[in-house]
Write a new protein. Sequence first.
Length: 330
Amino acid sequence: MEKTEARYYERLENEFVKCHLCPVGCRIAPGKSGICMIRSNDGGTLYAAEYGRTVALNLDPIEKKPLYHYKPGSVILSIGPNGCNLDCIFCQNWSISQAKSAVRYISPENLTKVAGMNRSIGVAYTYTEPLIWYEYLLDSARLLKDAGLSVVVVSNAYLNEAPARELFPYVNAANFDLKSIRPEFYRQACKGKLEDVLRTIAIAREIGVHVELTNLIIPDMNDSDDDIGELVNWVAAIDPKIPLHFSRYFPHYKLDKPATPEERLEYAYQTAKQRLKYVYVGNIVGLGDQHTSCLNCNAVLVKRNGYDVDNIGLNGDKCARCGFVSDIVV
C-alpha cells in the first residue's frame, strides 16, 4: 500500500515537523511519531502511518456507541485505529488506545462495500480516538456519504478548528465524551484542554451533526454535586434536548479507584432530568429510564431493554399517538 501523506502539518528545520491536526501540536523528530502513535515523520514528511489499519471490525447496535436518538434499533459497522491524542489516567480502552495492538488493513473502498451489507446503516469510527485517523476517516466518509450510508464518530472531540470544519460536513452523528466541565480535570487527568473540546462540540452542532454527549463519572474526580450540576447547566444552556449519557467508571489503566457508586449515578440522573429532556445511564443495569418518551404526550417512542430496541411509538420521526415531532433521527 502506498504511503499517505498527512494533512495539517508544517515542515521545520532539520527534518522536524509540527502537526496541526489536534491541539497537542506535536513537534515530531525524524523517525518518530506523535503522541497519537499513528502520525509519523519520515524524512521530514508527516505520514498517516496507520491509514486504514483498524483494531476491530464489528457489527454493533447503534445504541452501543451510545447513540439513542440516531436511527434507534439499527446496526452499524464499527472500526477504530490503534491510538489516541489524550492520555487519560482512567482510560477504559487503554489496551488499544495507549498501547500497540494488532491491526488489519481495510481500504476506504472495501469499507464502503462492507458497510452496505448485513443490514448495516454505515460506519461508526469508534473504540479508540477516530479523529486522529483523520485522512482515512475523511477519505472513507466521502465514499460512504456518496453511497447514502451513515457516518458516525465516537470521539473525545480533541481536534483543531480547520480540520473539524473540513470533516464534519461528512458526519451524520457523533457521541462526544465530555469528561468534565472543569479545565483542571482535563489538564491533570487527560493532559488536554477543555476549551478545545467545547469548541469542537460547538462546530459539530453548527454544521448540523446530530450530537449526543457522554460523561464518565469517576469517584472523587468529577462526581461532586458541583461537578455534575455545572456540567448539566452547560449542556442545558447549549440545548436542553441534547441527549446526555452518564456512564459508570470501572478501574482501568493507571487509576484503581473503585467503580462509581450507584447513588452517584442516580444523583447525576435526577439532577440532569431537572434541566435536560433526555438523560440516560450506562454501564449499569436498572438505573434511570432507558426508554425515550414524547415530550408532548409522554407516550413511549422507543422502548429499550439492553440492546433490544422497539420503536413502538414512532410514525416516521413523529409520535404515533399525538403527531408531535420527536428529537429522533430515523
